[in-house]
Ligand binder design. Structure first.
Ligand SMILES: Cc1cc2nc3c(=O)[nH]c(=O)nc-3n(C[C@H](O)[C@H](O)[C@H](O)COP(=O)(O)O)c2cc1C
Ligand SMILES: [Fe+2]
Ligand SMILES: [Fe+2]
Length: 405
């Protein structure tokens, strides 16, 4: 594959990673992920972000570097917006191949280069607003955007062409093939990538929404013409689309409205809790509120997080298991806490067999979540007709609350 020209002397290179291994060792990527880097040429050449050696990524990078007249050996400056190893692990080998290159990052980033990768020479710290003059009229500016999603993160700005090299910010799962720009994808394809960007955000960025909002404020006055992230599509025709989308995602857990829909998450050993879920859904349907539904653990938490994150309301259905919640639900709630899924309306239901226990654990678990909860409904074994009526009524009540938002 050839490098893609973004504007004069700026090239995008990327590796499409297709793998059964999980991203960050936890998130499945059935549609793959791209690792994007950027070459910026003045009199000197900068490479913005690197890669890890993953499913042929380095061979692919080498080929694309060659296609724009460069190579790992010819890079003068390696700019690291973020030190996570998906963008840096190849640094050890690259330093061996190119000992003279200078590595540029924030002070925290440079500390990580030293401590994490044991590289001690050729390091340059840059702070917010600092610049790098590549010569021939090309100047890059650095903006510290901490905690999107690591503490050392920065973004790099090319004023000549209005390109924001945003690293993980504005990123997405999903490979792109030989098309990399937003205007090369159909509306249907954009719907697919939108779902993948929400999943990426909910999995990886959601804990840091307040920092995303701060970064958006900080960068708000830049005349951005191209958003060039480290994963996914490069936005050259409609950069506002991805910026607005990220602002919306950041709002979901910082007090802005979520989508007027309900995410139903359920697990069941013998189907009795599921009977209750069906009744709740009847109630939701009667009110005409859209909903998504996921059985756990069959659906991976990565996908559950995406739908739950954007939904204004949640239905959580789990039986009692060894005096506590059905364990897959405990895992989901743990992720909700870690990723700050606050401000939801919620309704819990479930079957028990001996003396119950799920409710007690659930109530304690969600105490700090700032959720508005409908009263739980529990029953022993098979739900009675009265139980089912009550469950349907609760589903309808929750749906009405969502409609009124
Ligand atoms: C492994 C296992 C552990 C269970 N632990 C409890 C328990 O601690 N307390 C309780 O009341 N019922 C317990 N039960 C009974 C279930 O909660 C009960 O059968 C319930 O109806 C299952 O609902 P389901 O069909 O939705 O899985 C347990 C059942 C199993 C299979
Ligand atoms: Fe990252
Ligand atoms: Fe990344």
């Amino acid at each position: 594959m050839k490098a893609h020209s973004i504007c004069e002397n700026v090239f995008a290179i990327h590796a499409d990673i297709t793998t059964d291994t999980r991203f960050e060792g936890i998130w499945p990527i059935p549609h793959g992920v791209t690792l994007n880097s950027y070459v910026v040429k003045g009199a000197k050449t900068a490479l913005i972000d690197l890669a890890k050696d993953w499913e042929g990524s380095i061979a692919s990078f080498a080929e694309q570097l060659a296609s724009c007249g460069s190579s790992f050996e010819k890079i003068d400056y390696l700019i690291l917006n973020h030190l996570e190893p998906d963008h840096t692990a190849y640094i050890i080998e690259m330093k061996r191949r190119n000992p003279g290159m200078e590595i540029i990052s924030t002070p925290k980033g440079i500390a990580m280069v030293r401590n994490f990768f044991k590289i001690t020479e050729g390091l340059r710290e840059v702070k917010n607003g600092d610049t790098l003059d590549l010569g021939a009229g090309r100047i890059l500016t650095f903006f510290e955007t901490p905690n999107i999603h690591w503490p050392e993160t920065m973004m790099t700005w090319d004023a000549t062409c209005g390109i924001l090299f945003s690293c993980d910010g504005f990123g997405s799962y999903g490979i792109v093939g030989d098309r990399v720009f937003d205007d090369e994808f159909s509306a249907d394809e954009h719907r697919f990538y939108e779902a993948e960007s929400l999943r990426y955000y909910s999995n990886i960025v959601a804990s840091f929404s307040s920092f995303v909002l701060k970064a958006l404020e900080k960068l708000g006055s830049l005349p951005v013409r191209v958003v060039a992230p480290s994963h996914g599509i490069i936005w050259r025709t409609n950069p506002t689309e991805i910026i607005t989308r990220y602002a919306k995602y950041a709002g979901y857990n910082t007090g802005a409205p979520c989508e007027k829909e309900i995410c139903v998450i359920w697990g069941s050993m013998y189907g009795y809790t599921k009977q209750g879920v069906d009744a709740v859904i009847e109630g939701i349907k009667a009110e005409g509120v859209p909903y998504t539904i996921h059985q756990i653990p069959d659906t991976d938490a990565s996908f559950v997080l995406a739908d739950a994150y954007k939904a204004a309301a949640l239905v959580l259905a789990m039986p009692t298991y060894e005096y506590k919640m059905f364990p897959p639900m405990a895992h989901i709630l743990d992720l909700f806490e870690r990723k700050h899924f606050t401000g939801k309306k919620a309704f819990r239901l479930g079957s028990w067999g001996w003396v119950g226990g799920a409710k007690k654990e659930y109530d304690a678990r969600i105490e700090g979540f700032k959720w508005e909860n409908l009263e739980s409904v529990e029953w022993q074994g098979v739900p009675s007709a009265a139980d089912l009526d009550l469950l349907k009524a609760r589903g309808a009540e929750l749906a009405r609350q969502v409609k009124e938002l």
